[in-house]
Ligand binder design. Structure first.
Ligand SMILES: CSC[C@H]1O[C@H](OP(=O)(O)O)[C@H](O)[C@@H]1O
Ligand SMILES: Nc1ncnc2[nH]cnc12
Length: 288
């Protein structure tokens, strides 16, 4: 199967320019309505889709982003690879606003979200030891470097519930835990992409020092927006670079597309037909 790249655009990224045959398309999912219509088209030789995570005009809060509908809808239209582009705060002096981080690994501290496609009626357990696709992450890193920004090869991303930013005490605690960056959206998105057997990579754009830094004070949304604006051209160029690289590599060898191979525990005769029917796109390959 040809690769089909999807970009999930975070705060500040609600549109992608330069696509060919581009059209906004409404895609329904048994898991609900996605954050917005999906912009589908091509970039060079690669099929490209774009979904603004918070919707155009930023209408969904991090808690209310319909993560399951988003990933299901992307899978439903044939996406094979998902690159998340996000804003994040930094816990490291040397990871500065304007830098990009190729996220890996994650700590999930969110608590008010649906985190799995599976459940009673069809139980499955996928491995999440390494939630990101190593090949797609390498591709994203090379494309970000080529776009001329400072890139950090890896960084532990603390996913918090939000929408408020962290207290000073929380910010200090996450730093002491060894976290590098903080955001509100990469979980459960990465978990769901794994369940849907999609390659997933996350590029986080550092916009602030959260609240721990004695010389920077509290997070200001105006600073975040300014930094995101400054990164817009590099983000665009990175997306083009990722698309070009994927057009030269017809498949991923990392095995993300087999994540459900031995994951479903519920015996075929015990599966709830209605639950299984909803899983047609995500898990149809293994539920037949
Ligand atoms: C605009 S600051 C807080 C907001 O920005 C990040 O969103 P995303 O990850 O979609 O770029 C962060 O996670 C919060 O949702
Ligand atoms: N400091 C921060 N905390 C959580 N999410 C963010 N997104 C951008 N900066 C952030």
């Amino acid at each position: 199967m040809d690769r089909h790249l999807a970009i999930i655009g975070g705060s500040g990224l609600y549109q992608i320019d330069g696509m060919e045959e581009a059209a906004w398309r409404s895609v329904e999912s048994p898991f609900g309505t996605p954050s917005d219509e999906i912009l589908t088209g091509r970039l060079g030789a690669v099929r490209l889709s774009f979904l603004p995570r918070h919707g155009r005009g930023h209408v969904h809060s991090p808690t209310d982003v319909p993560y399951r509908a988003n990933i299901d809808a992307l899978k439903r239209i044939g996406v094979t690879d998902v690159v998340s582009v996000s804003a994040c705060g930094s816990f490291r002096e040397e990871m500065a606003p304007g830098d990009f981080v190729i996220v890996d690994p994650f700590i999930d501290r969110t608590f008010a979200r649906e985190k799995s496609f599976f459940g009673s009626g069809c139980v499955a357990h996928v491995s999440l030891a390494e939630p990101v696709c190593p090949e797609l992450s390498t591709t994203a890193r090379a494309a970000a470097e080529a776009a001329g920004v400072r890139v950090h090869d890896c960084g532990t991303y603390l996913a918090m519930e939000g929408p408020q930013f962290s207290t000073l005490a929380e910010s200090r605690m996450y730093r002491a835990w060894g976290c590098d960056v903080i955001g509100m959206t990469n979980m459960p998105e990465a978990k769901l992409a794994r369940e849907a057997e999609l390659c997933y990579a996350s590029v986080a754009m550092i916009t602030d020092y959260d609240s721990w830094h004695p010389e920077h004070g509290a997070v200001e949304i105006t600073q975040i927006i300014e930094t995101l604006k400054g990164n817009a051209e590099a983000a665009r160029s990175m997306v083009t670079g990722i698309a070009r690289a994927l057009s030269e590599k017809p498949s991923c060898e990392a095995g993300c597309d087999r994540a459900l191979e031995h994951a479903v525990m519920t015996a075929p005769e015990k599966r709830d037909p209605q639950v299984a029917a909803k899983l047609d796109a995500v898990a149809g390959r293994v539920l037949q």
